[in-house]
Design a protein around this ligand. Structure first.
Ligand code: S3P
Length: 443
């Protein structure tokens, strides 16, 4: 929901060893997709472990506005009675996706091949973000789309009455673009094909297959090719949402940088398309064990056991960026405590997230005494044995920037402040009590 809530300044302070178990919330990407596919299928989809952050609640509200019956049965437990592929009704009001790029881009895809008119809006952060990367391919299905200057929100889509399928090579590695096209392809006849240079998170493909769509992924000389057959009858499925590796990254980082810490983070998704941070941390020498590997809700998961220890700087190759795209802010915090420099390559996409994350991290780290270099598509953080802190980070309505700097302050000499922690509720509503429960001094 877009709201102009007053900024909520927060501060974190040097803390003693962190101990205990961190039950992080459900995966945000999978939560959005469970609600959307539930709404596009026939029958009742029961979801457990749904992330009840504002981003996902906005998607739930949107699905209800299209005619799906969406009900909260208990904490994280939701029921969706869908209307079937092509069954969305025209909503009476504007669809407000708040802060969520995933929400708005995926839902625009889901409506682009159904003959209804829908206007989308969002908060100040979302209204600055590029949408042409999604509206351009959706227009090629036959949708009629009007955007504000520069392809920004608000956007009105009149879905195609007579859609044609699409074969599309994504210009940047983005699961949101891929997923918007696949969701649009559901109500187009024939085969819709997405080609990506680097594989991006594959939750849409996994879940579409689970709901009975015909979908296949292959690596050819063209790249990573996903082919979906349109007009399936999607059949409602139970969805058990695993815990979010991107949210787990915050307590994991805290345990790595606060001396004497040892924590356990159970049931975290280890989907290889999301695993880049953990690969990088092991290269840095981090003490992380992955216990009880198993399958939950169609995704590989494990219990993480993390201990503080010495870390060294590494170079993160550009090809790994897609598999850890949301984790660079917290990696740059961890890197401040490593020996030597950590170089992050191929990260230009960070400039169009909820904020320009390269700029936000560089300015905030510098304000806390850390040396950072940046180019358009890279960032280098110079680690130090003792990080001064004492600065205030500007978070630009970006939940991950706020959480990253609050984690930083748990291990700096002086407290670290953020100007606004309010947006943390979009993805990790219990972040503060969870970190306090481990022994962190923040609030
Ligand atoms: C997401 C994809 C990523 C990621 C976002 C969630 C998704 O965005 O940053 O937080 O659920 O598909 P891009 O696909 O634009 O890189």
């Amino acid at each position: 929901m877009s709201h102009s809530a007053d900024p909520r300044p927060m501060t974190s302070r040097r803390s003693g060893p962190l101990k205990g178990e961190a039950q992080v919330p459900g995966d945000k990407s999978i939560s959005h997709r469970a609600l959307i596919l539930g709404a596009m299928s026939v029958g009742e989809t029961r979801i457990t472990g749904l992330l009840e952050g504002q981003d996902v609640l906005d998607t739930a509200r949107a699905m209800a506005a299209f005619g799906a019956q969406v009900e909260r049965l208990g904490p994280g437990e939701w029921s969706v009675h869908g209307v079937g592929v092509g069954g969305f009704a025209e909503p009476e009001g504007v669809i407000d996706c708040g802060n969520s790029g995933t929400g708005v881009r995926l839902i625009m895809g889901a409506v682009a091949t159904t003959p209804i008119a829908v206007t989308f809006t969002g908060d100040a952060s979302l209204s600055r973000r590029p949408m042409a990367r999604v509206t351009d391919p959706l227009a090629q299905f036959g949708a009629d789309i009007t955007t504000r200057e520069g392809g920004r929100l608000p956007i009105t889509i009149r879905g195609a009455a007579d859609p044609v399928p699409l074969r599309y090579r994504t210009p940047v590695a983005s699961a949101q673009i891929k997923s918007a096209i696949l969701l649009a392809g559901l109500n187009a006849p024939g085969e819709t094909v997405v080609i990506e240079a680097e594989p991006t998170r594959d939750h849409s493909e996994r879940m579409l297959a689970g709901f009975g769509a015909q979908i296949r992924s292959e690596t050819t000389e063209e790249g990573h090719v996903i082919t979906l057959t349109g007009r399936p009858e999607l059949v409602a499925q139970p969805v058990a949402v695993p815990r979010d590796p991107s949210s787990a990254a915050f307590p994991v980082a805290a345990a790595l940088i606060v001396p004497g810490s040892r924590i356990r983070v159970p049931g975290v998704s280890r989907n290889p398309t999301r695993d880049g941070l953990y690969v990088t941390l092991l290269e840095m020498g981090a003490d992380i064990a992955f216990e009880n590997p198993r399958e939950e809700g169609g995704e590989p998961v494990a219990d993480l056991v993390v201990r503080h220890g010495p870390l060294k700087g590494v170079t993160v190759p550009g090809e790994r960026a897609a598999s850890m795209i949301d984790e660079f802010p917290i990696l740059s915090v961890i890197a401040a405590f490593a020996e030597g420099a950590t170089v992050m390559n191929g990260v230009a996409e960070l400039r169009v997230k909820e904020s320009d994350r390269i700029d936000a991290m560089a300015r905030g780290l510098e304000a806390n005494g850390v040396r950072v270099e940046e180019t358009r598509d890279s960032m280098t953080v110079h680690g130090m044995t003792s990080v001064p802190g004492g600065g205030t980070a500007v978070t630009h309505l970006d939940h991950r920037i706020a959480m990253s700097f609050l984690i930083l302050g748990l291990a700096t000499q002086n407290p670290v402040a953020v100007d606004d922690g309010g947006p943390i509720a979009t993805s990790f509503p219990d972040f503060l009590p969870l970190m306090q429960g481990l022994g962190g001094d923040l609030g």
